[in-house]
Design a binder for this molecule. Sequence first.
Ligand SMILES: Nc1nc2c(c(=O)[nH]1)N[C@H]1C(S)=C(S)[C@@H](COP(=O)(O)O)O[C@H]1N2
Ligand SMILES: [Mo]
Length: 199
Amino acid sequence: MDIVTPGFTGRPRRDGPTLPPGQYLEEGFPVMSAGPTPRVRRDTWRLTLTTETGATREWDWAGLMALGSEKVTVDLHCVTQWSKLGTTWRGVPVEALLDGVDTAADYAMAGSSGGYTTNLPLADLVDGQAWIAYEFEGEPLHPEHGGPARLLVPHLYLWKSAKWIDSLRLMLTDEPGFWERAGYHEYGDPWREQRYQGD
Ligand SMILES: Nc1nc2c(c(=O)[nH]1)N[C@H]1C(S)=C(S)[C@@H](COP(=O)(O)O)O[C@H]1N2
Ligand SMILES: [Mo]
């Protein structure tokens, strides 16, 4: 007779400090979208960077690829309490988009096809912390997960990782994005459990 312990999957369990407070381990990859999935094609995809003075830069897919990419393995933490560990992505470091950009901005607003927005300190988008990600586990990023390209900022709750990213607006002062206006924390550090305003 087999003895089955509920919740025991037979895989080595990782616990303790690998999971931020209040999070549980998720083996699947839930889709969390506030609206319908836009169908964006690589050949019509564009990303626009706007500085606080209104200066703009634009990349098409070939331009994005020309910036050079990295393969990264990171843990994901969603504010709805699931965490997915050891996910592998390929993406262009956001730093590469900012190379040579003249700005005094401290904040950025990421914008998506469909109108989603989320705000982040510019300091959290550089130094190997954020990517324009376009492959997940060696495959082109699925539309439901933000393909052709999404922002990936794994050290913050996953709502900061804007799917279908099409703009990055640099700002001198912080402004709330879509979920931040609805009461989510302006920063969203999972290790400090910054889920909602005031946490
Ligand atoms: N454009 C856009 N980006 C988005 C969202 C969204 O609704 N629209 N949802 C956010 C939230 S709340 C989460 S948890 C993650 C979910 O990413 P996933 O669907 O790939 O799991 O995407 C974030 N990025
Ligand atoms: Mo979320």
